[in-house]
Design a protein around this ligand. Structure first.
Ligand code: IMP
Ligand code: MG
Length: 178
């Protein structure tokens, strides 16, 4: 696996520090939310698995974790092809929703999920991504918590995949061109 990675973009130590800081920001923000307000963290599968697992350990409040699937890539592609396919929507009616995904690229996935969840009448939806690409379409999508801004290149590791592989790579890196 290692020889397929051209270079490390964000090392595991920096990821851990940033995830902790994100957890702290979300926690202080949620102190403004009423104590009896139900909180649901919606994790977009599969890319967010490792990020979510680490992030929730910095969120001490009472909350539920719901998984939701979204897929926009087919096989060996590094460009999303059109509208993402969404799985079953979680029950968010009246709840504070923290939507968590690995990366904000074109923004189609997050926009689509946020719009769909909005129809279920949550109290409020906020989004959190570990990475956001420095492209105009990504910047236009509302996202309250962003871990790192990265250049427009394809990255893998820490949950992010290429053709299903490299999710278990502990750092975030750029793969060798074929
Ligand atoms: P968007 O709909 O274009 O914003 O794409 C978001 C989804 O595509 C993310 O949830 C990721 O699963 C995937 N994706 C986008 N860019 C990358 C990347 O650089 N590496 C791996 N997956 C990516
Ligand atoms: Mg994804």
């Amino acid at each position: 696996m290692k020889r397929d990675i051209e270079r490390i973009l964000i090392a595991r130590g920096s990821i851990a520090d940033r995830v902790r800081a994100l957890g702290e920001s979300i926690t202080s923000r949620l102190e403004d939310v009423e104590e009896d307000q139900e909180i649901v963290l919606v994790a977009v599968m599969t890319g967010s698995i490792i990020f979510v697992a680490d992030l929730v350990r910095h969120l001490p409040m009472k909350l539920r974790i719901q998984l939701m699937t979204a897929s926009s890539y087919v096989g060996k592609s590094t460009k999303s092809n059109g509208d993402p396919m969404l799985g079953k929507l979680p029950d968010v009616k009246g709840k504070y929703v923290l939507l968590v995904d690995d990366i904000l690229d074109s923004g189609k996935t997050l926009t689509r999920i946020r719009n769909e969840l909005q129809t279920l009448e949550p109290m409020l939806i906020e989004s959190c991504v570990l990475l956001r690409k420095k492209i105009d379409s990504a910047k236009c999508v509302p996202c309250e918590y962003v871990g790192f801004e990265i250049e427009d290149e394809f990255v893998v590791g820490y949950g992010l995949d290429y053709d299903g592989f490299y999710r278990n790579f502990p750092d975030i890196g750029v793969i060798c061109p074929e």
